[in-house]
Design a protein around this ligand. Structure first.
Ligand code: SDX
Length: 393
């Protein structure tokens, strides 16, 4: 109102809201969900329990958890007409685009979600529907790509096992979920579950602040996450590591490219807006990569390339000066690949993990009655001038 506008591109120094959900300390590399350390949750909790914690603010009691997971299990099916939307996509459609479209279509099947003044129970049902149906949509997006028939949810399975079965089961053979794979996936989803006001979460908040439906808000978050500078980085990291391997494993050459101002190439999976120290999630995932690959008996040569690249970057002045460390995306793709997840589904996995965080942040924004997100600008365009008719231009 004072007319004084502080220009802050990328909102690097702007606090957009007050939140009680996730705490980050970038200097110390600390991450906590509702006060609980990410290291403890990754080791002792489950993804659904973490989803409950983020959304409702407390760790659930036995009965709260039983009701929450039962509700989710009984909403995993989607309206059969949604298959017509899926069938409209060519097989080369990136799964993130399919996912954001299918999620947004839910506002058509549940029109009560368009009412900004609906009651708490109605909002909560949308939250359950999102958590329950996102895995179904994610697996269907993959089946559309590979030309296999979609699988319907199996309500006898836990969250991750059900997702894996929908992803990989084929009519021609029995599919048994490997518990090692399901557990590794569950931990990865925990590590991606929330991260305060990152690009996609801010997008969910801004879209939700106009009182658009929760489905439209989450769909917008999926689209923001898709970009290679954000969630799409986990796919770009693997493509980069594969390129380094194909090029003979010369990590120094790629480091130099990343440092060259004239070269748009960046070291994917490195750097972070907040962490100016190790991303605590990257530390846990790096350890889990060794653990999961040895349990599965697979050794992926790009894990060694990733470690070499990390070592080289952490000892390179350019990266040290800019406090660039591996972030959550640097090692995650190596585990996803070992779990059999195809590369262009890596960012979908990030979206699956981030969903409870987006929901929790949307819910907090709406319950706090936050104002519509509408920043100002510093105008640098043309000064006032008169219209010139076409024949005089
Ligand atoms: C995620 O915000 C979140 O919390 C995101 C996330 C979450 O959980 O939601 O943590 C998930 O998105 C992790 C980040 C995944 N993205 C990547 O790995 C892509 C590569 N990283 C970068 O593009 C970059 O580091 C960002 C986007 C992550 C952060 O960008 P910033 O904060 O805007 O920093 P910047 O671009 O201003 O970089 C500062 C300097 C620049 O050099 P100078 O102009 O000062 O000389 O560091 C350089 C940059 O050129 N730099 C890099 C680099 N990252 C930053 N140089 C080479 N390689 C990189 N990866």
């Amino acid at each position: 109102a004072s007319g004084l506008i502080t220009l802050d591109p990328g909102f690097k120094n702007t606090g957009s809201t007050k939140s009680a959900i996730t705490f980050l300390d970038g200097e110390k590399g600390i991450l906590r969900y509702r006060g609980y350390r990410i290291e403890d949750l990754a080791e002792k909790s489950t993804f659904l329990e973490v989803a409950y914690l983020l959304i409702y603010g407390e760790l659930p009691t036995q009965e709260e958890y039983a009701k929450f997971s039962k509700d989710i299990t009984h909403h995993t099916l989607v309206h059969e007409d949604i298959k017509k939307i899926l069938d409209g996509f060519p097989s080369n459609a990136h799964p993130m685009g399919v996912l954001s479209s299918l999620i947004c279509s839910l506002s058509a099947f549940y029109p009560e979600s368009l009412n900004p003044n609906r009651d708490k129970e109605s909002v909560n049902l949308s939250i359950i529907r999102l958590l329950a149906k996102m895995p179904t949509f994610a697996a269907w997006a993959y089946k559309n790509e590979v030309g296999h028939p979609v699988n319907y949810p199996d309500n006898s399975l836990d969250y991750c096992s059900n997702f894996l079965k929908m992803m990989f089961a084929l009519p021609a053979e029995r599919y048994e979920v490997d518990p090692v794979v399901a557990k590794a996936l569950d931990q990865l989803l925990i590590l991606h579950a929330d991260h305060e006001q990152n690009c996609s979460t801010s997008t969910v908040r801004v879209v939700g602040s106009s009182q658009a439906s929760i489905y439209a808000s989450i769909s917008a978050g999926i689209n923001a996450l898709w970009g290679p500078l954000h969630g799409g980085a986990n796919q770009s990291v693997i493509e980069m590591l594969d390129a380094i391997k194909a090029d003979g494993g010369d990590t120094k050459k790629f480091l130099d490219k990343a440092k060259d101002k004239d070269d748009p190439f960046r070291l994917m999976g490195f750097g972070h807006r907040v962490y100016k120290n190790f991303d605590p999630r990257a530390k846990i995932i790096k350890k889990a990569a060794d653990d999961v690959l040895s349990k599965l008996g697979t050794n992926d040569p790009i894990l060694d390339i990733a470690k070499e690249l990390e070592y080289a970057a952490l000892n390179d002045q350019y990266f040290v000066d800019r406090k660039l460390y591996p972030n959550v995306d640097f090692y995650s793709g190596i585990i996803y690949r070992a779990l059999g997840i195809p590369t262009d589904m890596f960012t979908v996995m990030f979206a699956l993990g981030r969903l409870p965080g987006w929901i929790a942040q949307w819910k907090e924004m709406r319950e706090n009655g936050e104002p519509i997100g509408r920043p100002r600008q510093v105008y640098v365009g043309a000064t006032e001038r008169d219209y010139v008719t076409m024949n005089k231009r």
